[in-house]
Design a protein around this ligand. Structure first.
Ligand code: BG6
Length: 607
């Protein structure tokens, strides 16, 4: 998830500054590198580098870029580590065009090989750079830059929002497929950007661009057509007025980043499900080859490790150890050897406890693998092999979408390990894959259908001082994540236990009206869980359940429903969604800011 902008203004000398400020307002979309290109006097002028906008601007001074037409990009790396060459804009071999891209070109490896064979020279490791080279193939034979773009786009597989300028023309060409783009109509400038906040201080008159649209901004004119091969004809739309503040717009009109990120989960999972199977296969093979596999992490990422433990045991009959990273050397000291393999999970890739566990294991000869959401983060340098989740930047301190893409990635790994180890029939594994592909839509439906009800329930229960979260089997980590979310942002004391353990102590806490949250999908643990619900009900507890089961629903005071028929190994990906929303609304009801919880940081870089 990067931020792109294009500006065509009547004001010759100020366009670069305007682009820089627009990028600053898009920095929440990605902040590991930045670049601007302008067109002036038949030449392209480009400045770009790795780092945050303000730091790079101090170094490069973007505002000196000449011309009244330009494009800009703030990056969230997915292919090619953050570096100057991997920063956007990218150009063709002869610097005739410059392009910025937000999205993923899934067939970039094939296209790159083909273009190199044709003699193109590549500067970067990115997927995006294939685009200007593809367009370059048509520049000489086509009458206009937009015609050349039209000819190149059908070769791309994947998602994109693009902005392209050419050294000789007063035009900016935009195209959209699945990644967002919106036009802003200002007094003295036309804008096109990934999101409204970019140009909102200058204008709130916007035109939303649909998937498959191709737009050409030229002085005082906007030409809209469809990308060749797109089914439906162009729909000319009137500008609409947006009554948001810039800050509201960064949150997509939502009051907090956390709520926005909860709503982004269908897209984040969809993107993560596009991780190349070869990469999943490679990591699964490394894990399979180990005879001492340890999953380690901190906070929410540790709950993903616990999910991984249940999953790998169920799907692949693998006995894996899961250790909280701050306890790693204490707990495993002396057992780590060169036959050990570590799978470290960290959304930021910067958590010191996890990096030090990895360092300890590496010093004892272990192979290091990792799952992270931040490209180029420290853990990617410590690991021998790593996978990126594709959730995009997470601003809210409490992890939501990054947890869900972590367990989605583990599910992909688990299914691949099941295939490698031949534990299950191929057709059964295929069925689970198909179910996994449906998860984005099911998350969307849970949020759509139940958000209001979950809010009402949170409003009712938000003043309760204590909660218990109970689950069994693969949903014990889900209960732990639900309890952590509530603690993290609403400061309500919450404990999670394997439900079977509750009668060995925690049940002593329960008295009439004491809220107990059950994670209770219809799986092989249901009958025993029903007994636990009865035990709590017998002591007057308030039962809140996350379930698809009527028996549990009939015993509950509040029910957060999940779809029926989901494979037990996949239910945690859905079950956590209502728990995230519940904790969010409990925090709001208690007048706390869910984005900036007290005493916590997005990534703890001290031991
Ligand atoms: C904490 C965050 O600082 O670190 C948690 O507040 C997070 O949300 C934990 O789960 C681990 O972070 P990471 O980046 O290693 O997954």
């Amino acid at each position: 998830m990067c931020g792109i902008i294009g500006v065509l203004s009547t004001d010759e000398g100020d366009t670069a500054r305007i682009i820089r400020e627009c990028l600053k307002r898009l920095e929440y979309r990605g902040y590991d590198s930045v670049g601007i290109a302008t067109q002036y006097n038949g030449k392209l002028h480009i400045k770009k580098d790795k780092g945050k906008i303000d730091d790079i601007n101090r170094k490069l001074n973007f505002d000196t870029l000449p011309g009244n037409i330009g494009i800009g990009h703030t990056r969230w790396a997915t292919h090619g580590e953050p570096s100057r060459v991997n920063s956007h804009p990218h150009t063709d071999c002869k610097n005739r065009i410059a392009m910025v891209h937000n999205g993923i070109v899934e067939n970039f490896i094939e296209l790159r090989e083909q273009l190199i064979e044709e003699g193109h020279k590549f500067q970067s490791e990115t997927d995006s750079e294939v685009i200007p080279h593809l367009i370059e193939n048509f520049l000489d034979e086509k009458d206009s830059i937009e015609e050349a773009v039209q000819s190149a786009l059908p070769q791309l597989v994947g998602t994109y929002a693009l902005a392209i300028i050419e050294k000789d023309s007063q035009k900016i060409v935009f195209a959209r497929k699945e990644s967002p783009l919106v036009i802003g109509i200002g007094e003295s400038a036309l804008y096109c950007a990934s999101d409204i906040p970019a140009f909102l201080p200058m204008t709130n008159r916007v035109i939303f661009i649909n998937d498959g649209d191709l737009v050409v901004l030229q002085p005082a004119d906007i030409k809209m057509t469809r990308i060749r091969g797109q089914p439906s004809p162009i729909q000319i739309r009137e500008p609409v007025l947006i009554d948001w503040t810039a800050e509201m717009a960064q949150k997509g009109g939502m009051p907090h980043f956390m709520l926005k990120e909860i709503h982004e989960q269908p897209k984040a999972v969809q993107n993560t499900l596009k991780i190349r199977q070869e990469e999943i296969q490679h990591l699964a093979t490394l894990l399979n080859d180990s005879n001492n596999l340890i999953l380690t992490a901190a906070g929410t990422s540790y709950h993903a490790c616990l999910y991984g433990g249940y999953l790998f045991a169920n799907l692949a009959r693998m006995n894996v150890n899961q250790v909280i990273s701050s306890e790693f050397s204490e707990k495993l000291g002396g057992t780590i050897t060169d036959t050990s393999t570590i799978l470290a999970i960290s959304q930021s890739g910067e958590t010191s406890d996890t990096l030090s566990a990895v360092g300890y294991a590496k010093n004892h000869g272990a192979k290091i693998t990792a799952i992270t959401n931040v490209m180029g983060s420290s853990i990617t340098r410590a690991a021998d092999y790593f996978l990126y989740t594709l959730a995009g930047p997470e601003i809210g301190v409490a992890a939501t979408k990054t947890f869900v893409v972590q367990i989605t990635t583990l599910a992909l790994l688990g299914l691949t390990l099941a295939e490698i180890r031949g534990v299950y029939d191929k057709s059964e594994i295929r069925q689970w894959y198909n179910q996994l592909m449906n998860i984005p839509l099911q998350i969307e439906q849970i949020i759509e259908k139940q958000e209001d009800y979950i809010k009402t329930t949170a409003d009712i229960l938000a003043q309760k001082p204590n909660f218990l979260f109970l689950g069994r089997g693969i949903n014990t980590p889900t209960a732990m994540e639900g309890a952590l979310k509530l603690k993290e942002i609403s400061y309500i004391h919450a404990e999670a236990y394997p439900a079977g353990e509750s009668k060995h102590g925690p049940i002593a806490l329960v008295e009439p009206e004491f809220p107990v949250v059950f994670i209770a999908p219809s799986d092989n643990t249901l009958d025993r869980l029903l007994g636990n619900v009865m035990e709590m009900k017998a002591r007057g507890a308030r039962i809140i359940s996350v379930t698809d089961n009527t028996k549990i629903q009939n015993l509950s005071d509040y029910v957060f429903s999940i779809p029926q028929g989901i494979a037990p190994i996949l239910t945690p990906i859905l079950n956590v969604i209502p728990l995230q929303l519940f904790s969010y609304y409990a925090a709001v009801k208690r007048n706390y800011n869910p984005d900036k919880p007290r005493n916590l940081a997005k990534s703890v870089t001290v031991l």
